[in-house]
Design a protein around this ligand. Structure first.
Ligand SMILES: NC(=O)c1ccc[n+]([C@@H]2O[C@H](COP(=O)([O-])OP(=O)(O)OC[C@H]3O[C@@H](n4cnc5c(N)ncnc54)[C@H](OP(=O)(O)O)[C@@H]3O)[C@@H](O)[C@H]2O)c1
Length: 351
């Protein structure tokens, strides 16, 4: 591999996911940040929009408006941490310019016909969807290696697809509907202030949202089918809980006759034995989102409830790291031939 670092652009650098991309990429030996893109924050230095990054050598780098030609001139790889619907018009131009793309938005995760229903827009570049690789490294690393366009998964689908797929493929759970309950902290909605994201609205509040139309529903179905070849319907109910970071999912599936907690746990352990970012809990241990906070780790746990014939699968990630920026860098590492763990944390801050 070329010893000189890859020149990297981060678009959406003023956002929550963009801030995490900058924090980790700044310590990446194979990456040099050459462009920081934003909209309203254009013209401001990085340290002003992210004061917690003021000690970085690039703290005084000024964020610029997103101009595709200017980005292509100075970067080999572009991370797009922009809102859903804003990346699909940009990506084809970057690919035509020979760049590699990691898209953190949902614009390249689904077949074209799902976008009007689940994202509310006609996909503007359907011909490019076939070029996108779904970037869940623990299941699709071979496809990600060398990929020009990686569609980085959503925060909720990451633990759901990882826990359901091996169990479904092994026949330990039935092919019937999967019920998924999700919980997220307030950073999941991004940095923009809204009435419903105020401290006064979220403190001591637990509430469902977007039931039953959350856009991660078809992504879970699609990802599970990509991994197993089996189509299962997903019912997904997300909730906002009064934390800042962290996603926790609980999935319920019908247990195949005779399957025990040990069978489920052993299957998950065997599937991910060599994966540095997957922690499968032993029978009896319980997932805690706090142990994943600040890390690129996903914790998974499986329990068989023979009384009701149910497999209960629980998973947790830090939504901004394994659920967004960390996974995007893991994909960047695999796509560009770096060790997948480069620049990514596995140890949480605790308590
Ligand atoms: N937050 C999460 O937990 C999470 C998890 C997984 C995936 N994602 C995905 O990651 C992406 C970013 O999410 P986020 O939470 O970081 O959002 P965010 O905090 O709201 O940040 C959005 C960023 O995009 C910029 N931006 C907004 N509209 C733009 C436009 N039209 N053109 C150029 N730049 C624009 C903003 O710049 P200004 O502020 O300067 O206007 C800001 O830098 C989204 O697609 C989201 O779905 C987020």
């Amino acid at each position: 591999m070329d010893a000189s670092p890859l020149r990297v652009a981060v678009l959406g650098a003023s956002g929550y996911a963009g801030g995490e991309l900058v924090r980790f990429l700044s310590a990446h030996p194979g990456a040099q940040i050459t462009f920081l893109g934003a909209r309203d924050s254009a013209g401001k230095p990085l340290a002003q929009v992210h004061p917690h990054l003021a000690s970085l050598p690039i703290a005084s780098m000024v964020l610029a408006a997103v101009d595709a030609d200017a980005v292509a001139e100075v970067a080999d790889v572009v991370f797009l941490a922009l809102p859903n619907g804003t990346t699909s018009p940009l990506v084809p131009g970057f690919l035509e310019a020979g760049m590699r793309v990691v898209d953190l938005a949902g614009d390249f995760r689904l077949p074209a016909d799902r976008y009007p229903e689940w994202y509310g827009f006609e996909h503007p570049a359907p011909g490019w969807l076939g070029k996108a690789v779904y970037g869940l490294p623990e299941l699709f690393a071979e496809r990600i290696s060398g990929a020009a366009l990686v569609a980085n998964p959503g925060c909720y689908p990451t633990p759901v697809i990882l826990c359901i797929s091996p169990l479904l493929a092994a026949g330990l759970i039935e092919t019937g509907p999967i019920r998924v309950d999700g919980k997220t902290g307030s950073s999941g909605a991004g940095r923009a202030a809204t009435e419903s994201s105020l401290f006064a609205s979220t403190e001591e509040s637990i509430r469902p949202y977007r039931v039953p139309r959350h856009q991660h529903t078809p992504e879970m179905e699609h990802g599970i089918e990509l991994a197993t070849g089996i189509a299962v319907p997903v019912i997904f109910v997300p909730h906002l809980v009064p934390t800042v970071r962290g996603v926790l999912i609980t999935a319920y599936a019908s247990l195949t006759d005779g399957v025990t907690t040990d069978h489920l746990t052993d299957a998950l352990m065997a599937s991910y034995a060599s994966e540095p970012f997957v922690r499968i809990l032993a029978a009896g241990e319980m997932v805690d989102s706090k142990r994943t906070r600040g890390t690129n780790v996903v914790e998974l746990q499986a329990v068989a409830d023979p009384r009701t014939g149910t497999a209960v699968l629980v998973g947790a990630v830090d939504n901004l790291i394994k659920g967004a920026a960390g996974q995007a860098i893991q994909n960047f590492n695999i796509a560009n031939g770096f060790d997948q763990t480069t620049a990514l944390p596995t140890l949480a801050v605790y308590p």
